[in-house]
Design a protein around this ligand. Structure first.
Ligand code: ADP
Ligand code: ADP
Ligand code: ZN
Length: 214
């Protein structure tokens, strides 16, 4: 299964991605996670990406596209993958299509998670991430059993530098302008699966699975 998760920042892409990849045993490719890992390691890519991420802007297409192209050629992507947070521009969407058609492959579905702006702000500001395993929590909507500690691995939870009110507003604006056109692009291709991202995490997951298998 070759899937894309589309949606504004805070829609719940990463949360659903974790459950989907577990169920279908496919790799989870999150461009945001790849950048955060590179920032943590202090690589050149990380330094470059950070300049954009901290401002709430998109990392330039050429950088992101080459990372994803290389990644989907890896052995573990042979039977499918889940792209989370890529593509984010029409240009990236077209580059992905080109690459897949060269590989004689196609996307199966593009899952589009819809959530309105006010909710997105509350979700991103309350988001907490495990520094060791990357699991995502929310202080109110999806809290860990023990405050500040990851249920999965006992790691410490942290708040992303770009999850501030100001940056999130910028990111939502960038989403409206640069990412939203992809909904139309994939609708025309008959690939879009729209889901209401304001439902409960488990309800959304059940809906996605039903649509993928139905
Ligand atoms: P969120 O989960 O809030 O949607 P991500 O973790 O996916 O955010 O991405 C964090 C940041 O990394 C983005 O705001 C952007 O700066 C950068 N980024 C991630 N994916 C892409 C992409 N496909 N194209 C350009 N920039 C990206
Ligand atoms: P994205 O990857 O789209 O930016 P995340 O999966 O990181 O979004 O979710 C953003 C925040 O909202 C996290 O703190 C997460 O725990 C929380 N969250 C995700 N899905 C839901 C939901 N259906 N209801 C309430 N909170 C949610
Ligand atoms: Zn953890």
């Amino acid at each position: 299964m070759r899937l894309v998760l589309l949606g504004p920042p805070g829609a719940g892409k990463g949360t659903q991605a974790s459950a989907i990849v577990k169920k279908y045993n496919i790799p989870h490719i999150s461009t945001g996670d790849i950048f955060r890992e590179n920032i943590k390691q202090g690589t050149e890519l990380g330094k470059k990406a950070k300049e954009y991420i901290d401002k709430g802007l998109l990392v330039p297409d050429d950088i992101v596209v080459s990372i994803v192209k290389d990644r989907i050629l890896e052995e573990d992507c042979k039977n499918g993958f889940l792209l989370d947070g890529f593509p984010r521009t029409l240009n990236q969407g077209e580059a992905l299509d080109d690459e897949l058609s060269q590989m004689n492959l196609k996307l199966d579905k593009v899952i589009n998670i819809n959530v309105e702006k006010e909710v997105l702000i509350e979700r991103t500001i309350g988001r907490r991430i495990c520094k060791d395993c990357g699991a995502t929590y929310h202080i109110k909507f999806n809290p860990p059993v023990k405050e500040g500690i990851c249920d999965n691995c006992g790691g410490k939870l942290y708040q992303r530098d770009d999850d501030t009110q100001e940056t999130i507003e910028k990111r939502i604006e960038v989403y409206q302008k640069q990412t939203k056109p992809l909904i139309d692009y994939y609708t025309k291709k008959g690939l879009i699966l729209n889901v209401d991202g304001t439902k409960k995490i488990s309800e959304i997951f059940d809906e996605i699975v039903e649509a993928l298998e139905g």
